[in-house]
Structures are given as C-alpha cells and as structure tokens.
Design a binder for this molecule. Structure first.
Ligand code: PEP
Length: 251
C-alpha cells in the first residue's frame, strides 16, 4: 500500500499574526502546488484564520496544535472542534510531549480528543514517544506501546486508518539530537504492529506514521526513506520558509 507522505510544521507558541502571514505566504510560493507530499501548517490559534487565508487555493492544509473534546460549554480557555472546523482546520495535533509534560495531557484525554476529532470529520495527529530515561532503561517499546494502546482504545478502525501518528522521542525534540534512521524505523515498525494487533493489518498498513524530533533539511531524507516512516512533524525548522520548504522537498 502506498501512503502519501505528510509533513507538518508545528509552529508552537511562535509567530505573531503578521509573522505567520509572512511565513505562510513564503511557503505558498515555495511549496504551495506540491501534490506528492501533503503539507500541513499548524500555527497558534490566533493565527489560524490568517494562515487559512494565506493558503487558500494552494495544496497546503491547516492544522491546529490542540483542541478540547467537548463541543461547547463552560471550559474557560479551551477551543472546540466546531470552532476549528469553521476556520478550515483539517488536522489537529494531540498529545504533543510539551502538552503531556507541561499541561498534564494523558493518554485517556488524548483518546477522548481523537474521538471528538473524528466526530467532526477532522484528522488527528496523535503524538507518542519515550523520554530519555525510558530509552536508557530499554523501556521504549513498553512506553510507546502503552501510549498507542491508550490513545487509540475503542476508536473506530476506519477512522484510525485515516489518522496520523507522530513518533516523537522526547529527547530529540528541540535538542538537535535526531534519532538514527534505525531507531526511527524500529519505533515506527513497532507502532504499526501495535495498530495491527489492535485493529487489523489493513488499518496498520493505511495509518501514516510521522517522525518528529530535530528534523532538518540535511537529515530528513535518510529518515523519510525508511519503510515505515511516512512523514515528519517539524518544530524549529518549520519556523523559516527556506528550511521548511527544504524539508518538504526531501525527495
Ligand atoms: C515538535 O515540536 O514536534 C518537534 C519535533 O520539534 P523540533 O523539530 O524542533 O525538534
């Protein structure tokens, strides 16, 4: 089965609206017509509409960095799926390690968020990945398996098949230390096997698995050519048009 590569830029808490417009415009001119790779930009909530306007008419898609699972209500500070959908968001990153680490995100609420994302016809980018101490203690497989099982428990197989999972070893995020191609492939193959066990071989073959963690134009190719790597989730190197375009044009 051929899976279309998907490269997403996670802009984290960077870029004012003007800066976001400039970056999005720069990417539209560099990679806006690209069809062999799906390109997704995930700005802050306040820049979503600005970026939606900038990418209109291009092949680039819009993503959000988080969501809440209720549609509306007394949940001060949260943003719902209908609100994101209205702006034109297609993808929603959930369970990013920074949200797990600083905002108490758990596999159980990531699971609820994924169900809500499906209910509204959007697609989650579900992040998993081990911490440095866990890798050093040879616990990577256990940790990642438990995260995938917890995040995907009870979800509909057809929706999981259309989803994106991002394997992001926490020790590689924002550190400049990229996983080796062997480490990435091993974790991706494990994740695909867990999905296969939970759902079916067909679902495992369809789900796209991105690698995230210090991806740059000069290291993206050797990771992307691994058989179970279907894309990249990019933080730091997505904040500048030339470097993100360099990653998108990895081929
Ligand atoms: C990320 O934030 O998801 C990420 C992978 O960051 P970086 O590319 O900066 O390591």
């Amino acid at each position: 089965m051929s899976r279309k590569p998907i490269i997403a830029g996670n802009w984290k808490m960077y870029k004012t609206r003007q800066e976001a417009a400039d970056l999005a415009n720069g990417l539209v001119s560099r990679v806006g017509t690209k069809k062999d790779v799906e390109v997704v930009l995930c700005p802050t909530y306040t820049s979503l509409e600005t970026v939606a306007q900038a990418i209109r008419g291009s092949q680039i898609r819009l993503g959000a960095q988080n969501c809440y699972f209720e549609d509306q209500g007394a949940f001060t500070g949260e943003i719902s799926l209908p609100m994101l959908k209205e702006i034109g968001v297609h993808y929603v990153i959930i369970g990013h390690s920074e949200r797990r680490q600083f905002f108490g995100e758990t596999d159980a609420n990531i699971n609820k968020k994924a169900a809500a994302i499906y209910r509204h016809g959007l697609t989650p980018i579900i992040c998993v990945g081990e911490m440095l101490e866990e890798r050093k203690a040879n616990r990577t497989a256990d940790v990642v398996t438990k995260q995938v099982e917890g995040c995907l428990a009870g979800l509909p197989a057809d929706k999981v098949a259309e989803s994106v999972i991002a394997y992001e070893p926490v020790w590689a995020i924002g550190t400049g230390v990229v996983a080796t191609k062997e480490q990435a492939q091993e974790a991706h193959a494990l994740i695909r096997a867990v999905v296969g066990k939970m759902f079916s071989q067909n679902v495992a073959e369809a789900v796209r698995i991105q690698y995230g963690g210090s991806v740059k134009p000069n290291n993206v190719t050797e990771i992307m050519v691994q058989p179970d790597v279907d894309g990249a989730l990019v933080g730091g190197a997505s904040l500048e048009a030339d470097s993100f375009a360099g990653i998108v044009n990895f081929g």
